[in-house]
Design a protein around this ligand. Structure first.
Ligand SMILES: Cc1ncc(COP(=O)(O)O)c(C=O)c1O
Length: 361
């Protein structure tokens, strides 16, 4: 196999240029004679990397000045607990929208800290849709309302922006962060694990609106209290330094691609090609997600004859189309088309799907 395309949902494909640059700078960062891995996080060199990384992210997303950017750890899974711990204040409940595997995980964790009220759910239609806003039942006394902008395991994505009034909107954007422009000012908190569109596993980015700092329950660990992490004098404890450095390179790469509007256009083209292959197969490939809510980021589908799934994966891997197995909870097949997935990768996958359907249909 000469070219390999990695469709893993995470850790996922990285831009080749970023890997090459990191390799070139690995042993001696910009002529300093030392590796990033050896830099104290309190020193001027690392501080400059952190500041530049944050600056680039703010530029890409247009993050307003009243929002704090945290480079933290523990993954989105830790945020499932840390969002309630940091935002509940004296309130006792939060609204959640249930749209698939990852929102269920967020809900289960939040239920350990507060009353979870389902504002909307598509569980009774097997998570085939994002419930339309008209069907949401919001509570004005909720501490926040939580959504999962892309359900990585189920293949659903919001293609519209919820409008929920005064209650802070919190979004787990782990899998579609930076895949398109975003109006940050509409959110209270945005969080994302890094290992999809940002960089290496081990880093978690949290963007918090300033007025929401300081609502943490007293038992919240100091190192995970947003207001403590947001202190201007630098990280409270050792951050994921190397992952932050790589994230900075990825943000720089995104700028060179033309920013988020350009990357969104590419992501639209890629996903349109993938779903066209699915829709042209006369039911050989199937998706339970209604077309309006299909994910541009993680396309999940099955074979009409599920007995062929193993053969599909074997032949795909032989052609360099790797990691197409669905999430363990959902089964079937899944193609993650993160920012760094080149269009040729999706072309190759669509051509393979077409040929496989002809051979076995
Ligand atoms: C939408 C979403 N939320 C949360 C997570 C959990 O992330 P982590 O394993 O970094 O905690 C994932 C992981 O794939 C995800 O896709």
């Amino acid at each position: 196999v000469s070219t390999v395309f990695n469709f893993a949902a995470g850790p996922g494909v990285m831009p080749a240029e970023v890997l090459a640059r990191a390799q070139a700078e690995f042993v001696s960062w910009r002529g300093t004679g030392g590796s990033i891995l050896e830099m104290p996080f309190t020193g001027a060199e690392f501080k400059s990397i952190l500041a530049a990384t944050e600056e680039r992210l703010r530029g890409l997303l247009g993050i307003p000045a009243n929002y704090t950017v945290l480079f933290t750890q523990g993954g989105a899974s830790a945020q499932f607990s840390l969002v309630p711990l940091n935002l509940l204040g004296r309130k006792g409940s939060a609204d959640y929208v249930e749209t698939g595997y990852w929102s269920c995980r967020a809900i289960a964790e939040a239920a350990r800290y507060c009353e979870v009220r389902l504002a909307a759910s598509s569980a009774n239609t097997q998570f085939d849709r994002i419930p339309t806003q008209a069907d949401w039942r919001l509570h004005s006394d909720a501490a926040f309302c939580h959504i999962t902008s892309n359900e990585t395991a189920d293949g659903l994505e919001y293609h519209w922006m919820p409008d929920i009034g005064e209650v802070p909107l919190v979004a787990d954007m782990t899998s579609d962060f930076l895949s398109r422009p975003l109006d940050v000012s509409r959110y209270g908190v945005i969080y994302a694990s890094a290992q999809k569109n940002i960089g290496p596993a081990g880093l978690t980015i949290v963007i918090v609106r300033g007025d929401l700092l300081g609502r943490a329950r007293p038992e919240t660990p100091q190192t995970f209290t947003y207001a403590v992490q947001a202190r201007a004098d630098g990280p409270f404890n050792t951050p994921a330094t190397f992952a932050i450095y790589i994230a900075g390179l990825v943000f720089e790469w995104l700028e060179r691609q033309g920013g988020l509007a350009a990357i969104e256009r590419l992501n639209c083209r890629k996903s349109a090609k993938l779903y066209a292959a699915l829709d042209c197969s006369e039911g050989f490939y199937q998706s339970r997600v209604r077309p309006a809510d299909r994910s541009r980021t993680t396309a999940c589908f099955t074979l009409r004859d599920s007995a062929l799934t193993a053969e599909f994966l074997r032949q795909a891997a032989e052609r360099g189309l790797r990691h197409l197995a669905g999430h363990a909870a959902s089964g079937g097949l899944r193609a993650a088309m993160y920012n760094a997935m080149p269009e040729q990768g999706v072309d190759a996958l669509a051509a393979f799907m077409d040929g496989f359907a002809r051979a076995h249909g």
